[in-house]
Write a protein that binds this ligand. Structure first.
Ligand SMILES: Cc1cc2nc3c(=O)[nH]c(=O)nc-3n(C[C@H](O)[C@H](O)[C@H](O)COP(=O)(O)O)c2cc1C
Length: 188
């Protein structure tokens, strides 16, 4: 798949089923994604892969952190079962570095976008999900984050459910977001 096709045909997938990439395949694709622009080559991120029973434990933690009860609690608890693999994105900024934190966050986002495109080109679907549980201390503790690290959400990864229609994308006209710099003429 060429890059233009990959970019235009990738869509966030709400429901994903098996198969998901194995740990080895995830590592292979991540190695490529990690070549994304990264000022200082800091790689200020890490991934925690959540599968199987791990999804159940994480879902229970979501539910415990939510005020919901009854059927709503069950829905919250089930959220982690919307894909076979939840890749937790952890931001691990280098502090006191000459490269400011915002640039490290930008590099992390660039790597994640590359990974989503590589997954798509390989036939896998994904969606980046965030939400209030990224702010939860209990969720961070469960996943083993240390202080100074920040949870940036999860890439839900798997294969597209055949029941879902493919949603073709027509790129928006964004020409109003581009302007040409026209300096004042210098009078001599
Ligand atoms: C940083 C980030 C956080 C996101 N968080 C969520 C989320 O919590 N829930 C969700 O349904 N989609 C989330 N998304 C996915 C966007 O909703 C999705 O990319 C957008 O709707 C466009 O859809 P597309 O990816 O198919 O073009 C997130 C995307 C980004 C980049």
């Amino acid at each position: 798949m060429d890059v233009m096709t990959a970019v235009l045909s990738r869509r966030s997938a709400q429901h994903l089923v098996e198969p998901a990439p194995s740990d080895e395949e995830f590592g292979y694709l991540l190695r490529a994604a990690a070549t994304a622009p990264d000022h200082g080559r800091i790689r200020p991120w890490r991934w925690v892969l959540v599968r199987g029973e791990g999804r159940t434990a994480l879902g229970r933690c979501f539910a415990d952190e939510s005020p919901a009860t009854g059927a709503e609690r069950y829905r919250t608890e089930s959220r982690t079962h919307r894909a076979p693999l939840l890749a937790t994105l952890v931001f691990t900024p280098a502090t006191g570095h000459r490269v400011p934190e915002w640039e490290q966050l930008a590099a992390t986002s660039a790597m994640t976008t590359s990974l989503m495109l590589l997954l798509h080109a390989r036939g896998f679907g994904s969606i980046w999900r965030t939400g209030r549980f990224t702010e939860s201390d209990a969720v961070s503790r469960l996943l083993g984050l240390s202080s100074g690290e920040r949870l940036l959400g999860w890439l839900y990864i798997g294969s597209a459910d055949d029941a879902q229609p493919f949603r073709r994308r027509l790129p928006d006209d964004v020409s109003d977001r581009v302007s040409a710099f026209a300096p004042e003429p210098v009078l001599v």
